[in-house]
Write a protein of this length. Sequence first.
Length: 168
Amino acid sequence: MAKPTIRTLGKATAIAFFLALSACAEQTEMKSTSINTAEWSAGVLDQGRVIEGANRTLIMSGQVSLTPDADAPFGVVVKHPGDMRAQFQETLNNIDLVLADAGMTHDDIIHMRFFVTDMEAGLGSFDVFMAWLGESDNRPPQSFIGVNELFLPELMIEIEATAATGGD
């Protein structure tokens, strides 16, 4: 069977096809609505978030505090072993790099998931995260999960993030 062309589709069908393509290409403004039913979440996180009109979504792999080392078994070693605060900050710096490469910012983050090997140290360093968010009103829904171990035993924190925008 021959591949359809504009000539074989007919004028009306071709016009409908191009109108459909242009409608798909139109950019919509993303709308993000916070859902908070409990008073305890105020100022720290949103319990939920309804996202409408997002057409660019960034789903990050877990970010950690690593540095290249050709002699290491996996080609990387942990930066700041034993220092939760420094690993927390380094991991957030890595998230900044991924966001920037995607043309996004903290304000575009719609969900975060933290994995920590030491809950007390992780919660004790949460101010690092709040400072990282800075003046932004964005308090994405998040989970803070205690785990036994991460990819390398010296890692203390791993953060996954999802971001979305309505443009480009």
